[in-house]
Design a protein around this ligand. Structure first.
Ligand code: C5P
Length: 413
């Protein structure tokens, strides 16, 4: 449910900091990766070691900020996340945020970020009710900062009232809701997307295989663009040299049959984009042992057809989940005509046709010239970078779903 989501958790000072340890566990249990920043005040209550052990990542503290700065600037730290959560958020850090101070690594990350921020305040009731805190909260909320709690109850200081940090399940629920709520810059929040990318590798024997030239650049860019618009994205990729894009969950496969299995496991989804160059055939009876040369006699390979993943996803009987299926057609001639026929044959809703003639430089290159073919016509896109083509497709997917009733396709939905 939080698969692939990256959360930067800023733990500031306060007795409630112990709850941050459990929060890390609960978020990771749901598939999120959590990176922690611990303020000097926070370190009075929990240790960097506990947070590092639970997050299985380095913990950023002021103590080590000089070395951290050389390894990873605070700017990157705050932007390589999908959401910043300040829990507990002390009166002090809230005041720093409201004033725009940047005197330590936590405040700097909060000032440098371009990502949404959620605060989980925790403090004494009088501090919470103080006019200064009220004004700081009002300032932060006006800027779009999200808030969970505080709640009323007994306080560690012996007083009673509002100021207790929200309980971990409530914080997790707020984070889940954040990722499921469409907002202007995240119109696909709450939707699930599946993208296939790269080539497949069909074994001949344990050391040899049949593959193709696909670099995975276009498919990976599409997965990244869908994820950026808020979709919970599963990228099923054949062997490529590209790193996994941030913010999504990547499944690495080799053969077409592995790829189909991984896609079926990812269902139900709202949208599937099949950008992989799946091998049409595999070797019948691939050998378990390396085939040896036999006095000048070449072995002959018998090929059998692979499952067609795009067709399988497009034609699933009954309540098809992906409700929108997008395919690709690599053509070298009569591009639109051939692709229009292919769209019908495959049963997909949209088909992006691209010119892969050697002169086009599409394979392995950074740009693409695409035609988007739908039931109601063809849209010719100008030549653009694969990243821009991905953004354009993701935006059209978002437009498509904006007008449809919202029906999240979460697992088991
Ligand atoms: O039939 P052709 O390979 O030209 O179709 C290309 C489209 O079909 C692409 O979207 C590709 O990802 C998909 N495909 C697939 N499984 C196959 C063959 C192609 O998903 N076995």
């Amino acid at each position: 449910m939080l698969q692939g989501r990256r959360i930067l958790l800023i733990v500031s000072g306060g007795i409630a900091a112990y709850k941050a340890l459990d929060l890390v566990r609960r978020l990771r249990e749901r598939g999120a990766s959590v990176r922690c920043v611990l303020t000097e005040g926070g370190a009075q209550f929990v240790t960097p070691l506990s947070l590092a052990a639970l997050s299985e990542d380095k913990v950023y503290t002021e103590l080590f900020s000089l070395t951290d700065e050389s390894e990873m600037g605070h700017i990157r730290l705050s932007r390589e996340a999908d959401l910043l959560v300040v829990a507990p958020a002390s009166a002090d850090i809230l005041a720093k945020m409201a004033a725009g101070l940047a005197g330590d690594i936590a405040a700097t990350a909060l000032l440098a970020t371009d990502k949404p921020v959620m605060i989980v305040p925790a403090m004494n009731v009088r501090m919470w009710e103080h006019a200064a805190t009220r004004a700081n909260i009002a300032t932060l909320e006006k800027r779009g900062v999200l808030r969970v709690g505080p709640v009323s109850g007994d306080m560690a200081c012996g007083e009673y009232g509002e100021g207790r940090m929200a309980e971990v399940p409530d914080i997790v629920a707020a984070i889940l809701k954040f990722f499921a709520t469409p907002m202007p810059d995240r119109p696909l929040a709450g939707r699930r997307a599946l993208v296939t990318s790269g080539p497949t590798r069909e074994p001949i024997d344990p050391v040899r295989f049949i593959a193709n030239h696909s670099s995975g650049k276009q498919g990976h860019a599409i997965a990244e663009a869908l994820s950026r618009l808020g979709a919970e994205t599963i990228l099923v990729s054949g062997p490529v040299t590209l790193p996994d894009p941030p913010g999504l969950s990547a499944v690495h496969v080799e053969s077409a049959r592995d790829m189909l299995r991984a896609c079926e496991q990812a269902l139900p989804v709202d949208v599937a984009v099949c950008a992989a160059a799946v091998a049409d055939w595999r070797v019948k009876d691939a050998k378990d042992q390396k085939i040896k040369k036999k006095n000048g006699k070449s072995p002959s390979l018998t090929l059998v057809e692979n499952p067609d993943i795009l067709k399988t996803l497009s034609t699933a009987a009954g309540n098809r989940r992906p409700s929108l299926v997008v395919g690709f057609a690599a053509e070298t001639e009569n591009i639109v005509k051939n692709a229009t026929e292919k769209r019908r044959r495959k049963g997909c809703d949209w088909l992006l046709a691209n010119d892969v003639s050697p002169a086009s430089g599409t394979f392995g290159g950074d740009s693409n010239r695409l035609h988007l073919i739908r039931e109601d016509g063809v849209e010719d896109w100008p030549k653009m970078s694969k990243a821009d083509a991905a953004t354009r497709l993701a935006q059209q997917v978002a437009d498509h779903f904006r007008d449809l009733p919202f029906r999240p396709a979460g697992k088991g939905a």
